[in-house]
Write a protein that binds this ligand. Structure first.
Ligand code: ATP
Ligand code: MG
Length: 318
């Protein structure tokens, strides 16, 4: 079956005055219909910019240098801006961490969802049906954003994103601003929408446990690279990349109450001054000389793709 999303060798750079520097390198991932793929990684690792590349909504000073992004087999990087307007909302939609920033305070939330429905269709009925799908009562339609809780606002955003039945929903930290119970409700709702509409979800989070509990596949990002792309079921048992191993090692549920909180030592290197070789070598306990000299290319181990010389040397990467 045709994949919903396929990203191959995506490279994005930023311009800063006359200088240009890499933001994303070597991003390869795909999502099958009705599959959830999570992107995890520390702040600044490139999760949102990967999503923005798919929506073709990168900031002005960022541009795709190389690579291919297919949405249901269609090359979106080759599309004009007017063609993209038919893609956004209809083939791929996006929701964000702060729903309130995307809702207009002056209009009822129902009218804002209905806005996305083409004229001529039974717009009100269609909107009401979507409110039912996202488990909001009918009277919420007539309320203003400030009258709703964060969880309800996120449900409105999901209704808006889903109203034209897209194949892909990109959810960028959709639960980060919510308490745990409300967050769980949103995650359950996303799964319900997937099953009802055959939807694929690209789920961005820095929470590895949440990623593994929600998604079938996990992509781990580090300094603008996808260092591991793996089945969620296996990643806790056998993380391959040293960074993935460290992320899992740091999860609070992995150690006894009262023991010291662990972190991955060091911080994400500055994109403007990335070290030569593997970008993780400064923090990696398995570092060998080769890691400081060359960037590891992707190696396939079973169904996992990993970029680390521990698993062989498939040659210089970009
Ligand atoms: N307009 C821009 N100009 C230059 N660099 C940018 C721009 N936007 C983002 N970046 C850089 O791109 C890198 C990736 O950013 P991105 O927002 O994708 O990270 P993220 O993984 O989503 O982080 P977070 O978890 O904090 O949301 C960061 O180093 C960021 O500073
Ligand atoms: Mg982000």
């Amino acid at each position: 079956m045709e994949k919903t999303l396929e990203i191959s060798n995506l490279e994005v750079s930023a311009r800063d005055g006359k200088k240009s520097f890499a933001i994303l390198r070597g991003i390869n991932l795909c999502a099958e219909p009705n599959q959830a793929v999570a992107l995890v990684g520390e702040s600044g690792s490139g999760k949102t910019m990967t999503a923005m590349s798919v929506m073709r909504l990168l900031p002005r000073n960022l541009a795709v240098d190389r690579g291919r992004i297919l949405l249901r087999g269609e090359d979106i990087l080759a599309m004009s801006e007017s063609q993209m307007r038919h893609i956004r909302g209809k083939v791929a939609s996006m929701i964000f961490q702060e729903p309130s920033s995307y809702l207009n305070p002056l209009f009822t939330v129902g009218s804002q969802v209905m806005e996305a429905v083409k004229n001529g269709e039974e717009r009100f009925e269609k909107t009401m049906k979507m409110f039912e799908d996202v488990e909001l009562e009918r009277n919420v339609y007539f309320q203003y954003p400030h009258q709703l809780s964060g969880g309800m606002q996120q449900r409105v955003m999901i209704a808006m994103a889903m109203i034209n039945n897209p194949a892909l929903l990109i959810a960028d930290e959709p639960t980060t601003a919510l308490d745990v119970t409300t967050a769980n409700g949103i995650v359950l709702l996303l799964r319900k929408m997937m099953d009802k509409y055959g939807l694929s979800v690209l789920f961005i989070t820095h929470d590895m446990s949440l990623a593994a509990s929600f998604a079938e596949k996990i992509g781990v990002m580090y300094a603008g690279r996808l260092v591991e792309f793996s089945d969620a079921a296996g990643i806790f048992k056998s993380p391959l990349h040293p960074y993935t191993e460290k992320l899992i090692d740091c999860l609070p549920e992995r150690y006894a109450p009262g023991s010291r909180i662990r972190t991955v030592e060091g911080s994400v290197p500055d994109f403007r001054q990335l070290p030569g070789g593997c970008p993780f070598h400064l923090r990696c306990p398995y570092k060998i000389t080769l890691c400081t000299q060359r960037k590891p290319g992707p190696t396939l181990i079973g169904t996992t793709t990993v970029r680390c010389f521990k698993y062989g040397d498939d040659g210089q990467d970009s």
